[in-house]
Design a protein around this ligand. Structure first.
Ligand code: 5GP
Length: 205
């Protein structure tokens, strides 16, 4: 059997474009993937499950994790910490599982610093600013000023795309999901990742 060295798939998108949905749909179809659950110090919202939506920790614990290098990347948003715990990722990789993460560009960069070529980055591109506007509006009541700000931010964030390995159009959800899955499947077959090629085909001539 061909075996590949496990890798990390990082999915980013402009805020409000529905990236969480795509990652969730990928996970439903590929149950051998490991999803990296973020840690946060913010309070649990109704319906959220500890360990599934987030790992909820105290400020003290989070600060300690930062000091001890136990988070791959982190950010402070409105006075609360958010970050990616390192240990679950390393454990999954050790077990031979590929890991999927949804992070912004800062998270993606931090991940690449640590894991280098074992990171595959995918950028989900909203079909248009108009569509993004529709998605933001359908998500809930935003004041016109807030909407304008969010859209301006998303426009900026679309430039992140320049730094990614793959650009996937996030128009029809099912299609975007299948395209992300195709990328993961192809990456599993990259010759550089195959650890037992020599065993199978013998020494190079
Ligand atoms: P919320 O509190 O609404 O769940 O998330 C607030 C913000 O935290 C979102 O913009 C989300 O992208 C960000 N966030 C969630 N998890 C992480 C993480 O692991 N690292 C970083 N840097 N930001 C995160």
């Amino acid at each position: 059997m061909i075996k590949h060295r496990p890798f990390l798939i990082v999915v980013s998108a402009p805020s409000g474009s529905g990236k969480t949905t795509i990652v969730r749909m990928v996970l439903q179809k590929m149950n051998d993937l490991f999803y990296s659950v973020s840690a946060t110090t913010r309070k649990k919202r109704a319906g959220e499950v500890d360990g599934k939506d987030y790992i909820f920790v105290s400020h003290e614990t989070f600060a300690k994790w930062i000091d001890e290098g136990k988070v791959v990347e982190w950010a402070e948003i409105y006075g609360e910490y958010y970050g990616t715990p390192k240990e679950p990722i390393d454990r999954a990789l050790k077990e031979g599982r590929d890991v999927i993460l949804d992070l912004d560009i800062h998270g993606k960069r931090a991940l690449e610093k640590l894991y280098g070529k074992d990171v595959v980055s995918v950028f989900l591109l909203p079909p248009s600013i108009e569509e993004l506007r529709r998605r933001l509006i359908s998500r809930g009541a935003e004041s016109p000023e807030k909407l304008k700000l969010r859209l301006a931010l998303s426009k900026e964030e679309m430039k992140w795309g320049y730094e990614y390995d793959y650009i996937v159009l996030n128009d029809i959800r099912e299609v975007a999901t299948d395209n992300v899955i195709s990328i993961i499947k192809a990456e599993r077959m990259r010759r550089e990742r195959i650890v037992n090629l020599k065993e199978i085909v013998g020494d190079e001539d």
